[in-house]
Design a protein around this ligand. Structure first.
Ligand code: GAP
Length: 569
């Protein structure tokens, strides 16, 4: 089961140190987020898994790490200075700014006014000044995509690696966009990483018999990238490929397929990655001496600043007419472009699960049912009072809103009927607008919270490759120095192979729950059997508990490395 709502994921991320609001002690900074101790591990694991899959596991890829700041001319010729813009409209009445394509019937979505300005283009690149003098010629941009760093290094990589087409260059790095409508937690932010590939291939005219064309290679990349998300645990039914419509397509793209994930709540199916067939647009844009007909075909301005032509010498090519060997041309490019912060959010939403671990007895549920009944009766009374007050002359400003009260009561009723499976929904009902003003809900919350602690768990079913911590080691009794020392030694031995932690700050049940909630696939417990005093055959063995099945098995300490490496593979 994926996360029932984005709020649950946000709350887990904050509670357990995955993601914090940036500059929180100063009131935050809009749509910027900091990755905490577990978040940085998870995001790094996402990026490592991508690099492993697209660079190490293929034979036709190289890596690159280009600088964030680049010569301004890069952005002139890439088209970003002129066209990386959003059309914006200002509301003269409430002074809010809106994306033109987000407005319905030319009405402010904030105040409903129709007194709006005409659309003006707003460039999304962040400007900065390089050097001590604030002048026009010292303007530089924080890159809005990593792709351009790859294009301008095409010849450097080609010449130093002696690659033949088709081959690709992969890069991961920070990018910055002055998004007008950031939001939905980390889904759309102003600073984020990209994981981009530029896969260079032959234009159709230069293909040899049996070689794959750009359309086939594009399809292969779409399929490979889709499979990557599935292999790392995303259910196929919450993932889809969507062809961009002709209106959405950039003028130079022959085709673009977006991979979308079904996020919970209002976000719904939203883009994780776009895979574009950009033909020879980008390398031509940064090349000098591009023939006029190609400039017209690609709608490019003539490049009078580049010192070179980004072309490839194909020594295999045989001209069918002249029989001449060899040709120079600008390659085509397929671009799979993904966002690791979006992928991280998708993996978190997908892995989030809540379950009843065992069922409370009816007599344990009785106090909760009674508290729920009392709270609902109290709310009914408040609804009646509020309606009466409304009839008499309108509600006072601080009076409870009857619609809010009704929603709370409905949610409580639904939770009560669904007990004990709905135990985890009671907190949601008690967090609805207006609920904080109902005194009796405090008791409901307290009883439900205790039952949740005892009978339910939140578990992040992350793929082991992505899990921030692979194994946690606990001593059954922290007052027994022999047990503690063995547990600490196991952690030290495993740490060079995988992220391992030691924890003795609670009872074993609680320690298991804490690791379940952050997705740790295995927990090891060192107990009295490990000492072998009662049962010598169990000496130097420990229990290993599996996060998903919660099953435990006894393993010899000397076998732990192999056992875990095999399971985590
Ligand atoms: N070079 C092509 C390019 O940059 P894009 O669709 O603008 O294409 C690629 O961006 C990916 O970057 C998106 O699929 C998404 O995963 C990620 N991305 C784009 N804007 C983002 C934002 N504001 N916040 C987080 N991720 C974003």
């Amino acid at each position: 089961m994926p996360a029932p709502s984005m709020e649950r994921v946000v709350s887990l991320c904050k509670r357990r140190g995955f993601i914090f609001a940036n500059s929180e002690i100063y009131g935050g900074f809009v749509s910027t987020w900091d990755y905490g101790p577990l978040g940085v591990e998870l995001k790094n694991n996402v990026m490592r898994a991508w690099w492993r899959s697209v660079v190490y596991e293929r034979e036709d890829m190289e890596g690159l790490d280009a600088a964030i700041l680049m010569n301004r001319l890069v952005w002139k010729y890439s088209g970003h200075e002129a066209t990386f813009t959003d059309p914006l409209i200002d509301c003269r009445n409430c002074k809010t700014r809106h994306r033109a394509d987000h407005l319905k019937d030319r009405k402010s979505t904030n105040c409903g006014s129709t007194d709006l300005t005409e659309a003006r283009n707003f460039n999304q690149m962040f400007k900065t000044i390089v050097g001590p003098v604030e002048s026009e010629e010292n303007i530089a941009y924080l890159r809005p995509e990593t792709a351009q760093g790859i294009f301008v290094n095409f010849l450097n990589v080609l010449q130093t690696t002696r690659r033949k087409l088709p081959f690709g260059i992969a890069q991961i790095g920070k990018v910055f966009r002055n998004e007008i409508t950031p939001g939905n937690f980390t889904f759309r932010t102003r600073e984020f990483e990209q994981m981009e590939i530029e896969y260079f291939c032959k234009p159709p005219k230069f293909l040899q018999p049996g070689e794959k064309n750009d359309v086939e290679l594009h399809q292969e990349w779409v399929d490979q990238r889709f499979a990557w998300y599935v292999n790392l645990g995303i259910a196929r039914e919450r993932l889809r490929k969507r062809d961009q419509t002709p209106e959405e397509l950039a003028h130079y793209a022959k085709a673009t397929v977006d991979i979308e994930y079904l996020f919970p709540g209002s976000l719904g199916f939203s883009e994780l990655e776009g895979i574009a067939n950009r033909q020879d647009y980008d390398l031509s844009a940064h090349s000098r001496d591009v023939p006029e007909e190609d400039l017209v075909r690609l709608k490019l301005q003539k490049n009078t600043d580049s010192t070179t032509k980004l072309e490839y010498f194909d020594d295999q090519y045989l001209d069918p007419v002249t029989g001449k060997k060899g040709a120079r041309y600008i390659p085509y490019v397929i671009e799979p472009s993904a966002g690791p912060t979006r992928a991280t959010l998708a993996f978190l939403c997908e892995a989030y699960d809540e379950e009843l671990v065992s069922e409370p007895k009816e007599e344990e549920l009785k106090p909760l049912r009674e508290a729920l009944a009392a709270a609902r009766k109290n709310i009914d009374k408040k609804i009646a009072e509020a309606e009466k007050a409304a009839q008499k002359g309108g509600l006072k400003g601080d009076a409870p809103n009857p619609d809010h009260l009704r929603s709370i009561n409905q949610a409580l009723e639904k939770a009560e009927v669904g007990l004990p499976n709905s135990l985890l929904n009671i907190e949601d009902a008690c967090s609805l607008p207006g609920a904080d003003r109902i005194e009796l809900l405090k008791k409901v919350r307290q009883i439900a919270g205790k039952l949740c602690d005892d009978y339910t768990r939140v578990v992040l079913r992350l793929h082991p490759q992505l899990a921030p911590i692979k194994v946690a080691v606990f001593p059954l009794m922290k007052k027994e120095p022999r047990i503690v020392e063995i547990a600490r030694q196991i952690r030290r031995d495993l740490q060079p192979l995988m992220r391992a932690v030691y924890d003795d700050t609670g009872a074993i049940g609680r320690l298991y729950r804490r690791q379940d909630e952050i997705g740790t696939p295995f927990c090891i417990t060192v107990d009295f059997e490990t000492l072998g005093e009662k049962e010598p055959e169990l000496k130097n063995t420990v229990t290993v508990r599996d996060r998903d099945s919660m099953r435990q098995e006894r393993i010899a300490i000397s076998d732990l490395r192999n056992f875990l490496m095999e399971k985590l593979k």
